[in-house]
Design a protein around this ligand. Structure first.
Ligand code: GRF
Length: 211
C-alpha cells in the first residue's frame, strides 16, 4: 500500500474526509504548522500519528521546511489539506508529482486567499473547488478534479464556503483514490488526465435555463 502524510493548519475537515474515505493510501501521519490546529485532536483520537512543526519558531522558510521534511519522513505522497504555508522550491521539487493540494475555487480563477468573498464580488454564477498537483507557482499546478458549486441569490461568504467545503470533501478523497490507483497521468502539455475516468457530459447552467 502506498503511504501518505497529510499537512494541515486548521480545522482539518478535508483531512478527516481523506482519512475516513478509504482511499487506498496508508495515512502515516498528520503534520501541522499550528499547534492549536483543531484537526490534530481528531487525528489523535483516531490513533493517527501527529506532529507539530510551529513555523513561528523558525527564522526563515528554509529552516522551517527542513524541519517539516524531517517530521514528514519519506511517504510516497503528501496531501496538503488546508495547509496555509508557502513551501520553498526545494521542498516542492522533492515531492514533485507526489504532492496534492485542495483549493477553494475553480482554478485558475481566484488563486490565493478569500476566494469565496472574491467570487461573490465578481458575481460569478458558479464557483467551486479544485484538487491539483503542487508546483512552484502558487495554486497553479496541474488540475486533477474540480467540483462546481452554483452561487445562489442571498449567498454570503459563510454560506458559500460551507457549500464549497462539502464538495471539497467529495473531490479530495476521489483524487487521492486515483493517486493510489496510479491512474493520474501527466500529458506532454503538463496537464493531468485520469485514466479511464467517466467523462461528465452535461453542462451546468446557473441560474438554470427556462424552457
Ligand atoms: C478549505 O476550504 C481548503 O480548501 C482551504 O482551507 C479550508 C480548510 O478547511 N485551503 P479544513 O481545514 O480542511 O477544514
Amino acid at each position: 500500500m502506498k503511504s501518505a502524510v497529510i499537512l494541515i493548519s486548521g480545522g482539518g475537515s478535508n483531512m478527516r474526509a481523506l482519512a475516513e474515505a478509504r482511499t487506498g493510501l496508508d495515512i502515516r501521519a498528520v503534520v501541522s504548522n499550528v499547534p492549536e490546529a483543531k484537526g490534530l485532536e481528531w487525528a489523535r483520537s483516531q490513533g493517527i500519528a501527529t506532529q507539530v512543526v510551529d513555523h513561528r519558531k523558525f527564522p526563515d522558510r528554509e529552516s522551517f521546511d527542513a524541519a517539516l521534511l524531517q517530521a514528514i519522513g519519506n511517504p510516497d505522497y503528501l496531501l496538503l489539506a488546508g495547509f496555509m504555508r508557502i513551501l520553498t522550491a526545494g521542498f516542492i521539487e522533492r515531492f514533485e508529482r507526489r504532492m496534492l493540494n485542495i483549493h477553494p475555487s475553480l482554478l485558475p480563477a481566484f488563486t490565493g486567499l478569500h476566494t469565496h468573498r472574491r467570487a461573490l464580488e465578481a458575481g460569478v454564477k458558479v464557483h467551486g473547488c479544485t484538487v491539483h498537483f503542487v508546483t512552484r507557482e502558487l495554486d497553479n499546478g496541474p488540475i486533477v478534479i474540480q467540483g462546481v458549486v452554483p452561487v445562489l441569490p442571498g449567498d454570503t461568504e459563510e454560506k458559500l464556503s460551507a457549500r464549497v467545503l462539502e464538495t471539497e470533501h467529495r473531490i479530495y478523497p476521489q483524487a487521492a483514490r486515483w493517486l493510489a490507483q496510479g491512474r493520474l497521468r501527466f500529458t506532454p502539455r503538463g496537464t493531468v488526465e485520469v485514466a479511464d475516468a467517466a467523462p461528465r457530459m452535461e453542462p451546468l447552467l446557473s441560474p438554470a435555463e427556462e424552457r
